[in-house]
Design a binder for this molecule. Structure first.
Ligand code: ADP
Ligand code: MG
Length: 267
């Protein structure tokens, strides 16, 4: 039998993971092998429909893979799903809330789920709310929050049980520049303490600024895993931006063609 990757060195490991949605011929994720090291910020990049959210939803236990194994902090996502959920915080691409609850009630509800002791809550919630500049609105109903505020509430709720791994699906979408700056800072600080961040994005600039390593996925297949420098070397273009390399690699590099089409449409 094939040796499964030694999970001890990795925060997250996907081993030959395939996911096929019912009724679909081509898999959304196909034979994914990917390992995220402890202490790194790993950016999962890919165009729309590449399989990023599918991968993340399997990791956090919302979807089950058809084959292969997924571990986080040594916990298998199927046989040890509770242990796995306990060690990670997850910010979904579209957070869903009970809109009539206040932000504070939502966070307390999450604390109940994860068994965060009462004596730790107040201080932790206070610090996180202040960091994300949410203190003043915490008692307001979530229905009154903007998209960005909901996103920040989602991040606070993901961090409040003090996880070892933070998983975020397109976290910068809908955040204003200041909130986005704060979140990037939090992601960096989180890793400085030996913890791990795994996040998806299609915003190349974010990845370029933030990531220790990246993975590029397109049509369910991983095309690259490594540092940005390695990507540039592989593609032989030291001066190329990540955006150019990304478009090249995912077969979308027909930028001249796109510009021409735009010109024609807007004529
Ligand atoms: N619930 C679903 N049922 C069927 N197909 C899905 C479902 N969710 C996603 N897909 C398909 O799986 C592929 C990958 O989607 P997704 O993981 O959402 O990509 P990404 O997050 O990279 O944009 C797409 O072809 C998408 O249409
Ligand atoms: Mg997605």
């Amino acid at each position: 039998m094939e040796q499964v990757r030694e999970s001890g060195d990795f925060a997250i490991a996907f081993d030959h993971v395939t996911k096929r949605y019912d009724g679909k011929e081509t898999p959304a994720v196909e034979d994914l092998n990917l390992a995220i090291r402890k202490g790194e910020i790993f950016g999962f990049l890919g165009p729309n429909g590449a399989g990023k959210s599918t991968t993340i939803r399997m990791l956090v236990g919302m979807l089950r893979q058809n084959s292969g194994t997924i571990t986080a902090d040594g916990f298998d996502n199927i046989v040890s799903s509770v242990g796995l959920k306990r060690c990670l915080g997850y910010v979904p691409d579209e957070p869903v809330f009970y809109e009539r609850m206040s932000g504070l009630r939502h966070i307390n509800f999450i604390c109940d789920l994860y068994g965060v002791p009462q004596r730790l809550r107040k201080e932790r919630i206070g610090k996180l709310a202040s960091l994300f500049e949410m203190t003043e609105v915490l008692d307001d109903p979530i229905s009154s929050y903007s998209h960005g505020m909901k996103q920040k509430l989602g991040v606070i709720a993901a961090l409040v049980h003090d996880p070892m791994i933070l998983v975020l699906d397109e976290p910068m979408v809908g955040l204003d520049p200041r909130s986005s700056f704060i979140l990037k800072d939090v992601m960096r600080e989180f890793c400085r303490k030996g913890r791990t961040v795994f996040f998806s994005t299609h915003v190349m600039e974010v990845a370029e600024r933030l990531c220790d390593r990246v993975g590029i996925i397109s049509k369910g297949r991983l095309l690259f895993e490594g540092t940005l420098e390695e990507l540039k070397l592989r593609k032989g273009g030291e001066d190329a931006t990540l955006e150019e390399l990304f478009l090249q690699m995912t077969g979308q590099a027909d930028v001249a063609g796109l510009a021409k089409r735009t010109e024609e449409v807007l004529e």
